[in-house]
Ligand binder design. Structure first.
Ligand code: AMO
Length: 440
């Protein structure tokens, strides 16, 4: 077999999505990876997959050079190739056209038998796939999933830009915990101990003092000890923070962000029916349930349920809540030190101006109105056993006109799970990091 790794001056003229039966007779050069090769007597049928989809190549004796047909016949799945030839409309080909090749270039041949086929819709063992992640991502279900992810990100950035937000980047190497000490990764920073940021919380709050409306799309690091299909050690968080608003305004923003994401995902799927992904519909407005209301409903059937208990996925399943909804006004106790207490809470119970956005029993986002008084922050920190001095760099900002402000963090991978029906969060990220996985 002739393997010519040089691209030289050869360039692709079309992606698979650019071609169709209407291009009958057009000369083309396509590039991609061999998906399948089948030989029927004097005819070799090959399928090439590129970024957008599949292209049929039909090499028939007499209709194309013999060397092209014999090399094509010998290729294994995954080889990377370029094929030049003529488009022929064909009702037999899945995309309504095929290419009659006259030139074939094999950039790289396949040395080993892959552990799964690129055409497989499901491969049982996720670890087998993750070990070969770059190859796994050639499977069309994941190709579509990650292209939807990219569209969602574009739509969210467009939303923020239109609404007057400024994109920020905050340090990921930090000196102290923001979301509670347990889930921190500790690292060496020259001669000091430092940590990987659990969230941009304190920095995004500080930046509302000048820019007012900020957002960041960046990694957050959580030393999660549990192995679940919804937790990663490194996830992407879409964080927003806004001055002169409260948590109700942030929930309205989330409706805009989720709405834009749903629209982007639905548009993609409408244009790629082969994706076989069902995107949920966006309700006119996302229902809001208080924590109090849901606990009350649970208490009717569960005598052990007490005010203050967390709401676990099993509880939410019992309540038969599905689609997107908010749970608002959570008990203050377990909330991080920066979350504002609701004035005049009922029954003498401390509640907070906070919410979680849920999709079924999956938490997608949490947010709150923040505390603006330094003294309140300090007393909360002491109550939680935190070292107030180590937050001096943050607290000092509160002496200089901290505005009322509120914000939230939305887990990108969890949002993608909700919008594409993924069962495992590891498939919502390119190279997942979890308790057991540090490579690839
Ligand atoms: P929280 O800790 O609830 O809030 O995180 C916000 C959202 O981030 C996502 N998320 C995760 N996704 C995957 N794996 C994880 N281990 C993981 N941890 C969190 C979830 C979650 O809802 N600073 C606050 C946000 C704010 O108030 O602005 C915070 O970090 O989707």
């Amino acid at each position: 077999m002739v393997v010519n790794q040089d691209l030289g001056s050869l360039r692709r003229t079309h992606y698979s999505a650019d071609l169709g039966p209407d291009n009958d007779g057009v000369r083309t050069t396509v590039m991609g990876w061999i998906l399948t090769v089948r030989i029927h007597g004097n005819i070799t049928f090959a399928t090439i997959r590129d970024r957008d989809g599949d292209i049929s190549v039909v090499a028939k004796k007499g209709a194309c050079p013999d060397t092209v047909r014999s090399i094509l016949s010998s290729l294994k799945a995954h080889s990377s190739v370029a094929v030049s030839g003529t488009v022929k409309a064909s009702t037999k080909a899945p995309a309504g056209f095929e290419i009659i090749p006259d030139e074939l270039r094999v950039f790289s041949d396949v040395e080993a038998v892959p552990p799964f086929e690129p055409v497989a819709r499901t491969v049982k063992n996720i670890d087998t796939r993750l070990e070969m992640r770059p190859i796994d991502l050639r499977r069309s279900v994941l190709l579509h999933t990650f292209r939807i992810r990219s569209r969602i990100l574009q739509a969210i950035r467009a939303y923020f830009t239109t609404e007057g937000f400024t994109e920020i980047n905050t340090p990921k190497i930090i000196s102290s915990a923001t979301e509670g000490g347990a889930a921190l990764f500790s690292i060496f920073y020259y001669d000091k101990q430092a940590f990987l940021a659990q969230s941009p919380q304190l920095y995004k709050e500080q930046l509302t003092m000048s820019l007012e409306k900020v957002f960041e799309i960046a990694p957050i690091f959580r030393a999660e000890s549990s192995r679940t299909p919804r937790h990663l050690s490194e996830a992407i968080s879409i964080d927003l923070e806004e001055a002169f608003v409260d948590y109700n305004d942030v929930m309205n923003r989330i409706e805009g962000i989720v709405g834009a994401s749903v629209d982007a995902a639905r548009l993609y799927v409408e244009n790629h029916l082969d994706a076989e992904i069902a995107v949920p519909e966006m309700p006119d407005c996302i229902p809001r349930h208080t924590y109090e209301e849901l606990v009350g409903r649970l208490q009717k059937t569960d005598s052990k349920m007490e005010w203050g208990d967390d709401l676990y996925p099993s509880d939410l399943k019992r309540l038969k809540l599905d689609g997107f909804y908010f749970i608002t006004d959570w008990p203050l106790g377990p909330k991080p030190f920066y979350v504002k207490e609701t004035k005049g809470g009922d029954y003498g119970r401390s509640i907070s101006e906070s919410f979680d956005l849920m999709y079924g029993d999956l938490e997608i986002s949490s947010g709150s109105t923040r505390i603006t008084r330094r003294a309140d922050l300090e007393s909360n920190m002491r109550r939680k056993g935190m070292n107030v001095d180590s937050f001096g760099y943050h607290l000092r900002a509160f002496d200089y006109g901290m505005p009322p402000h509120a914000g939230c963090g939305i887990g990108l991978e969890r949002l993608l799970m909700a919008l594409t029906g993924l069962a495992n969060i590891r498939d919502a990220t390119f190279y997942p990091r979890d308790v057991d996985r540090l490579v690839p």
